[in-house]
Design a protein around this ligand. Structure first.
Ligand code: ADP
Length: 322
């Protein structure tokens, strides 16, 4: 394999740059030419493809976001649009493509491989940790740390004013960010898609806490269950507490990546190049029990969801919020 390309697609995640850097540097070391595609599949269709040099990846390991830029291109679901994208890659004689993104981006990669024979390897990059088959996705740990820091800050004002804070966090359909932030920062309750806590359950927790003399509550709301404002309106009807809502929004995914994300991204970036060099395609890089492994890329949406550990963690988190 002489020429490969790298793109980032879907929502940006801290650590994507570390993956780009590692893949590019590892490929340079192997004598492979590396191309960057700007704005994900949009740049592939627009032919915004450039030859990368080591200066493109220098000084980026500690930067959040993605230097290759990201975009969403819903039209990529159209085979005719993919045909244009594939032709542009082939015009540059690019044989292998590394796609850093979530499962939507992996769908696009899978189709490029199946329809046009472009060798693709996916690297899971999303703060949501919602890709089946990998224990962790790039960006998740950094975001978790940002949420924890926000909780610590909110707690000061929550205690001083004896308030209940509903803190809405990201995660799409996965409750990982809310659940593990709650475990890591001593949250007082959570609404996540994987658990069935009702507004009444949380109201009961708040009442119990007041009876125990606790002056404040920090409750995590995963965006997958709905808006913290709507939940807050329901909660206000059944419990007498001064309630405030904080939606952390995109603050959650900005800033320098954590050490964990940098190391994960660095290992995954190099592994993706190794897979392409070995002639592999249609695979995604995974992290399983602290080992870097590969799975068929469609495992991301066809794979078996194993929530055994998460269920235990939810049970523990329920006990600890009491
Ligand atoms: P993520 O990769 O984080 O899941 P999206 O779901 O927004 O983010 O997907 C990113 C991009 O991947 C989309 O804008 C589109 O270009 C492409 N994509 C998503 N789903 C598909 C699909 N089913 N077929 C082809 N391309 C897709």
């Amino acid at each position: 394999m002489k020429k490969i390309a790298i793109l980032t697609s879907g929502g940006d995640a801290p650590g994507m740059n570390a993956a780009i850097r590692s893949a590019a540097k590892f490929a340079f070391y192997q004598g492979i030419e590396v191309f960057g595609v700007r704005r994900g599949y949009k740049g592939m269709v627009d032919n915004d493809i450039f030859k990368m040099t080591s200066s493109d990846v220098s000084g980026i390991i500690d930067r959040g976001g993605t230097v290759l830029l990201s975009a969403r291109l819903p039209e990529f679901k159209d085979p005719e649009v993919r045909k244009i994208a594939a032709a542009n890659l082939k015009a540059h004689e690019i044989e292998g493509l590394i796609v850093i993104g979530g499962d939507g981006s992996f769908h696009g990669a899978d189709l490029l491989y199946k329809e046009h024979g472009i060798k693709v390897i996916g690297i899971p990059g999303t703060i949501d940790n919602d890709i089946i088959g990998t224990d962790f996705t790039i960006g998740y740990d950094t975001t978790l740390n940002i949420i924890i820091e926000a909780m610590v800050r909110l707690r000061d004002t929550a205690t001083s004013h004896e308030r209940t804070y509903l803190v809405e966090v990201m995660g799409r359909d996965a409750g990982d960010l809310a659940l593990y932030a709650s475990l890591a920062a001593g949250g007082d309750g959570f609404f996540i898609p994987e658990a069935k806590d009702t507004v009444q359950d949380i109201a009961d927790v708040i009442k119990e806490r007041r009876a125990m003399g606790k002056l404040h509550d920090i409750i995590l709301v995963s965006e997958g269950v709905g808006s913290a404002y709507e939940i807050g309106n329901e909660l206000k009807k059944i419990v007498d507490t001064e309630l405030r809502i904080t939606v952390l929004g995109h603050i959650q995914r900005g800033g320098s990546p954590s050490a964990f994300d940098r190391v994960l991204a660095t290992k995954m970036g190099a592994k993706a190049v190794k897979e392409l060099m070995a002639g592999e395609s249609g695979m995604m890089i995974c992290s399983e029990s602290n080992k870097i492994t590969t799975k068929f890329i469609d495992y991301a949406w066809n794979g078996i969801v194993d929530n055994t550990q998460k269920r235990k963690d939810i049970e523990l988190a329920h006990i600890l919020t009491k």
